[in-house]
Structure formats: structure tokens, C-alpha cells
Design a protein around this ligand. Structure first.
Ligand code: G6P
Length: 444
């Protein structure tokens, strides 16, 4: 990385509707993060969207008066060549595939949950071979780059990169922890900068072991507030339906919105089934939202991130991404929660596995802060999801059908091996074109 030349960023999945978030973040932090080139790269199917969002990015940068060149390309290798940071935000099979991930399990009376649930398994099976291919290109074309992955299931994907690629400079990133920090700051009516949370767990399975304002623990007060249903989710894509006060107080740690699926499975299933028969699954709602967003993005007079983007679940995504990249670049040594190799920080998880944990962010990447053992009430569920992530990643790499059935069965949202196999079979067929690793085997 050279201060004189400025930085090159390559964003894979550049046609995503979230790109203006990222660009807004780069603009805000330009003083600390002198980017010279932003390369948006996508596949043919995403070309039109990339052009629309890329032109908006150009207008945003022009309005800010910054010397950042925006390149739009379908040539991933050209985008990666000598990049300093590679961000990945792609969706294999687009939102149509997510809709299947969410809908098919519902037919069997099972939640789809597109990240750590049955749907997430299939998202992982589609995504992992692609990210590993990207890793090979990174090794060859920009071996010193940091890979910052937002693609879900971010935990399973980070696990796969750590285990099955030669890339060591990888960080998995999510907006949930920053969303929780912001939400709690609002609940307590204090500035976000005064809040610190000790995060520990896995992506979308992370807990706040303690929470401080100016270094003083306010955990009990915050847990009390979490018992109000209005405060039980901090992201737009999951409606908080409230915790039983007895449960959340005895749990003794802060939950993340995705815990609703695991501790309130029946109610969430009923809600998702109702939605599926009404306004549609979340993917279907997002498809409509995306249409509106891209219509707005087309407006040649628009040169800011439109507020409508805040209806998406990824709020604060740019803050999380750009503050991470900035801290690596400037060796800031501030504390941020990210997905990285555990290295013993959480005693209950293998040292070589990916965890989501508060880290000190240095020029050599995130250094996880030691959290000791996870408290007994949450340890089992975290370990179960870690097993799911590991077996899911292994199935994605090997194309082993039995391992896919195993991963589905050990997911806490699945009720049985038989139902898991039925769901796997239907989803394999539905996603066939994006799962060549399984079909090559079966046909051989
Ligand atoms: C969350 C998660 C992301 C996820 C997003 C979905 O907050 O952290 O991992 O991709 O929301 O939002 P959407 O608007 O696509 O449903």
C-alpha cells in the first residue's frame, strides 16, 4: 500500500444495491483513506444494475469533488490486479435464489433463514466455490490485498476461506454488531462513541457479553430494556417480537436479532409463513424494494445515497466496512467486532475457526480480544452453529451430498434427518445450475 499512489479497491458484486452505502463511506472518510481507484466488478447478469449504480457512484464522487476514478467492468482479473482491498458483496443466483432458500423449507414446516438456517446452508453451498475461486485470483493478482467479505453466510464463508484457501488476510464483516451498538446508544440516549460491547460468538450468532458506557458496565439496565418488544431487534429485516423477560434476564447477555429464529422458532415460523402467503418472503419484499431503488438510482440528478436504501437490513454497512478498512490502512488500533480466526480468544471454539469477536484492528489485521469461555447458557448453541458452518463448508468444497444432509440435520432449525433430506433434495434440484460440485458427482 502506498500513500503516494493512493489505494485501489475492488468490489466484487459491484452491481449490488448496497454499493451507494460503500461509496458514501469512502467519501466521508476520504481524508484518512485516500482511494484513487474504485473498481466495481460484476457478472453479465448484473451488468445493467452495475452500470446504473456505478453511474450513481460516479455522480456521488463528482459531487464530493474527490479524485477517485470509478471503473465498471465484467473482467474480475482486471479489477483485482494490484488491488489493496477486495470487498465481496455478491449473491450467486441473485435474489431469485434467496427466495427459494426462504420458501422451500417453509413447505416442510421449517424456517428458511437465509444466513445460518437451512436457506443459509444452500447460500453457502452456492457461494463457497465462487469465493475460493476469487481467493485463487487474489493469490495471483493482488497477494498483499485484504479480502473483506460481506457475502452471506459470512461466518461459513470466512470459515471456508480460512480452511480451504491460501488467503490469510481475510476479514468477514457484518452490520449486526454496529447496528446493536447504535440501537443501544439510542436506547440509552448517549453518543455511539461512548458505547463499548464485548462481542463474542459467530456471525448472526453473536452475543454481547457485557456493555459499557464510558467504561462502566450497564448490562443489567440494557437487558431490562431488551424485554420491551420494541427494543428486541436492531435491524430492518427482522421484526423484533420481544423476549420473555424471565428468559432474557436469566440468559444474562445481550442477544442479536437473529437469535429470534433460535429462541422463538415457532413464532418466527408462523410469522414467516404468514408473510409468505401475504406480502411475500423477505427476498420477495426486497425484490420490490430493489426495483424502486434502481429506478431512483437511474435519476441523473441523484448524487447522494437515497434514504430509501435504509429500508434494507444492511444499515450502517458502509460505516462498518469503511471504518475497518481505514483502521487497517492507518494501523488505528481501535476496537471493532469482525469475523476472524479465533486464535484462542473464545476458549469454547476451535483456535483455527472463524469467530465474530471484538478485535483490535491493526495494520496486520484484527487481533481478537480474549473473551475466555462463553457462558454456559449460550455455549452449546454457538458450538452447534459452528459445527453447522464447518460441515456446510466441507459439503460445499467436496460436493458430498451426505455431508449436505448432515449439515442440514445438525442445524438447530431442522426437526429431523428425514425432513432435512427432503429439503436438501428439493433445494438441490431448485439450485442445480449453481451447484455443479454436487451434480458432477451424481452423474459420474
Ligand atoms: C442484516 C444482515 C445482513 C443481511 C441483511 C439482509 O442486517 O446483517 O447480513 O444481508 O440484513 O437485509 P435485506 O434487506 O436484504 O433483507
Amino acid at each position: 500500500m502506498s500513500n503516494t499512489k493512493g489505494l485501489k479497491i475492488a468490489t466484487i458484486g459491484g452491481g449490488s444495491s448496497y454499493t451507494p452505502e460503500l461509496v458514501e463511506g469512502f467519501i466521508k472518510r476520504y481524508d484518512e483513506l485516500p482511494i484513487r481507484e474504485l473498481w466495481l466488478v460484476d457478472i453479465e447478469a448484473g451488468k445493467e444494475k452495475m452500470e446504473i449504480v456505478g453511474n450513481l457512484a460516479k455522480r456521488m464522487i463528482e459531487k464530493a469533488g474527490l479524485p477517485i476514478d470509478v471503473h465498471l467492468t465484467l473482467d474480475r482479473r482486471a479489477a483485482l490486479k494490484d488491488a489493496d482491498f477486495v470487498t465481496t458483496q455478491f449473491r450467486v443466483g441473485l435474489l431469485e435464489a434467496r427466495a427459494k432458500d426462504e420458501r422451500i423449507p417453509l413447505k416442510y414446516g421449517v424456517l428458511g433463514q437465509e444466513t445460518n438456517g437451512p436457506g443459509g446452508l444452500f447460500k453457502g453451498l452456492r457461494t463457497i466455490p465462487v469465493i475460493l475461486d476469487i481467493c485463487k485470483d487474489i493469490e495471483e493478482l493482488c497477494p498483499n490485498a485484504w479480502l473483506i467479505n460481506f457475502t452471506n453466510p459470512a461466518g461459513m464463508v470466512t470459515e471456508a476461506v480460512l480452511r480451504y484457501s491460501n488467503i490469510k488476510k481475510v476479514v468477514g464483516l457484518c452490520n449486526v454488531p454496529i447496528g446493536i451498538e447504535m440501537g443501544i446508544a439510542k436506547l440509552l440516549d448517549v453518543d455511539h462513541s461512548r458505547i463499548r460491547i464485548d462481542f463474542a460468538g459467530l456471525n448472526h450468532m453473536v452475543y454481547g457479553l457485557d456493555v459499557y458506557v464510558d467504561g462502566v458496565s450497564v448490562k443489567d439496565e440494557v437487558i431490562e430494556k431488551l424485554t420491551d418488544p420494541a427494543n428486541s431487534s436492531f435491524v430492518k429485516n427482522i421484526e423484533g417480537i420481544g423476549w420473555e423477560p424471565e428468559f432474557i434476564k436469566a440468559l444474562g447477555v445481550l442477544t442479536c436479532p437473529y437469535h429470534m429464529y433460535y429462541y422463538k422458532t415457532r413464532q418466527m415460523l408462523e410469522k414467516d409463513m404468514k408473510n409468505a402467503d401475504g406480502e411475500g418472503t423477505r427476498a420477495e419484499v426486497v425484490q420490490k424494494l430493489e426495483k424502486e431503488l434502481f429506478e431512483l438510482y437511474k435519476d441523473p440528478n441523484l448524487a447522494i445515497k437515497p434514504p430509501q436504501l435504509e429500508k434494507r437490513g444492511g444499515a450502517y454497512y458502509s460505516d462498518a466496512a469503511v471504518r475497518l478498512i481505514t483502521s487497517i490502512y492507518t494501523d488505528k488500533r481501535d476496537i471493532q467486532p469482525v469475523n476472524t480466526i479465533n486464535n484462542g480468544a473464545i476458549a469454547s471454539i476451535p483456535a483455527d475457526s472463524a469467530v465474530e469477536v471484538s478485535c483490535v484492528i491493526t495494520k496486520d489485521g484484527p487481533k481478537p480480544i480474549s473473551m475466555g469461555d462463553l457462558p454456559v447458557p449460550v455455549r452449546g448453541l454457538v458450538q452447534q452453529i459452528k459445527s453447522f458452518e464447518r460441515i456446510g463448508a466441507e459439503a460445499a468444497v467436496t460436493g458430498d451430498y451426505n455431508k449436505a444432509v448432515l449439515a442440514m440435520t445438525i442445524n438447530p432449525l431442522s426437526p429431523s434427518d428425514t425432513i432435512s433430506k427432503q429439503i436438501v433434495d428439493e433445494m438441490m434440484e431448485a439450485h442445480k445450475e449453481h451447484l455443479p460440485q454436487f451434480f458432477k458427482k451424481i452423474e459420474a
